[in-house]
Ligand binder design. Structure first.
Ligand SMILES: [Zn+2]
Length: 270
């Protein structure tokens, strides 16, 4: 490990609206872009934290409430639609050439149509079980969800699927695809055994979505296709004893193995 391991970079996802924006002046999350001292644009100040060799964490929203990652030249997830510009800016800064999704939910795939369009990519790679939902822009809610709720809240801009991923496929700098279904039918995670780094998506949440307090827990049942199946995936991931784990929601966890073990020990027996 080098000193670079903990390095942090910022890039600004510019919004092309001339402004002397008070929000930018006051906020750690926004920045003014100046030319010859005058504000010419404003934008979100996208942070990128290096987690391990060739692995970067992109908190797309404050308090790590929505995350994306870059492994090598691969962008994993892109947040909700309005975060797509942030994902594009970070992807450009990291020289991204392909885009993967952990699963077909609107808070991960919502920014993907813009990423694919602006980076000129043929499409995304996604777990085989979620491919048709990504191609149709359907953010599937559990069986029994009222149809009106599904219609009002269960959609994002459709994205072409370039590749369907399966257990054992290799992506990016030495990451193996894990089939970890439950939160969605085709949810996948990315595991690099050499340094025990895992990008887990939403198999766990590391955030209470109401209070934004960190803490490992199962994903919200209301948006989880099969909670019992997801608990099986949680146990599988804990048994890998990962060292560094990145989640879709909540801060990255280091020294993760005992924390994940404690979280799955608290689950109801299946
Ligand atoms: Zn999510």
């Amino acid at each position: 490990m080098t000193n670079d391991e903990t390095s942090t970079q910022f890039i600004v996802a510019v919004r092309p609206r001339l402004s002397d924006c008070e929000v930018c002046v006051r906020s750690a999350h926004f920045s003014l872009v100046r030319s010859e001292g005058r504000p010419v644009a404003h934008g979100y100040r996208q942070r990128m934290d290096r987690l391990a060799d060739d692995v970067w964490h992109l908190p797309l929203a404050p308090r790590n409430s929505v995350n994306a990652y870059v492994i090598g030249d691969v962008l994993i997830d892109a947040g909700v639609k309005f975060m797509g510009g942030r994902a594009v800016a970070a992807a450009r800064a990291r020289g991204v050439t392909s885009h993967l999704l952990t699963h077909a939910h609107l808070d991960h795939a919502g920014g993907s149509a813009r990423v694919v369009r602006e980076l000129g990519l043929p499409g995304v790679a996604v777990g085989a079980g979620d491919a048709s939902d990504v191609a149709r822009g359907i953010s599937a809610l559990p069986a029994g969800t009222p149809r009106l709720v599904q219609r009002l809240t269960g959609h994002f801009d459709p994205v072409p699927v370039e590749r369907e991923l399966r257990e054992g496929d290799i992506v990016g700098p030495g990451f193996v695809v894990l089939d970890v279904p439950g939160h969605s039918r085709g949810h996948i995670a990315f595991w690099r055994e050499a340094d025990r780094v895992l990008i887990a998506g939403d198999v766990f949440f590391n955030l209470n979505v109401l209070t934004t307090m960190p803490g490992l827990r199962p994903p919200i049942a209301r948006v989880t296709a099969d909670p019992a199946l997801n608990r099986r995936s949680m146990r599988r991931i804990a048994e890998l004893e990962p060292s560094v784990v990145g989640f879709g929601h909540g801060p990255v966890v280091r020294g993760a193995a005992p924390k994940l073990a404690a979280a799955v020990a608290a689950l109801p027996p299946d």
